[in-house]
Write a protein that binds this ligand. Structure first.
Ligand SMILES: [Zn+2]
Ligand SMILES: [Zn+2]
Length: 137
C-alpha cells in the first residue's frame, strides 16, 4: 500500500511504498524547538521507500544523541517533513506524522527523550518511556 502526504502549503508531496517500521514521540530539545513546544511525532520508514516531490530545504545538525541528523522542511510554509540520520547510516527515516494524509497510519509505540520533556508535558503512561534515545534495534 502507498501512503501519501504533503506539507501545509501543498508545495511538497510525498509517497511511501512501505508499511511503517515503527512510530514514536520524541521530546529531545531539538524536536521541541522545531515542533514549537511539543514533541515531534514520527513514523519510521525505510529511506528507500520514501519519495518527496517539490522543493525541500535541509539542515544538518549534531543531535543530542551525538548523531548527525538531517532535517527537511518546506521553504515556503516551514512545515517540518522528516529527519534522517546521516551518521551513523542505516537507521530508518522519520516522517513527521502530521504530514501524512492519514495520521492514523501508526500511532506512537514509544516516547523517547522523555527526560527532556517539560514538567507540563502529558506523556501517555501506557507507552514505554525512554529517558534518552531509543534502544538499539
Ligand atoms: Zn509547504
Ligand atoms: Zn527529537
Amino acid at each position: 500500500m502507498t501512503h501519501t502526504g504533503q506539507c501545509f502549503c501543498g508545495q511538497v508531496r510525498l509517497e511511501i511504498d512501505s508499511e511503517p517500521l515503527g512510530a514514536r514521540m520524541c521530546w529531545c530539545r531539538d524536536c521541541q524547538r522545531i515542533a514549537s513546544g511539543s514533541a515531534t511525532v514520527n513514523v519510521l520508514f525505510p529511506e528507500a521507500a520514501v519519495r518527496y516531490h517539490g522543493e525541500i530545504t535541509t539542515l544538518e545538525k549534531v543531535a543530542d544523541s551525538g548523531n548527525t541528523v538531517e532535517r527537511g522542511f518546506c521553504p515556503t510554509c516551514g512545515s517540518q517533513l522528516y529527519s534522517k540520520t546521516m551518521k551513523p547510516t542505516g537507521l530508518p527515516m522519520r516522517v513527521r506524522a502530521g504530514t501524512l494524509d492519514d495520521p492514523e497510519v501508526m500511532p506512537p509505540q514509544a516516547i523517547i527523550w522523555a527526560a527532556s520533556a517539560p514538567s507540563w508535558a502529558v506523556l501517555d503512561p501506557a507507552l514505554p518511556h525512554y529517558p534518552k534515545g531509543p534502544p538499539p534495534r
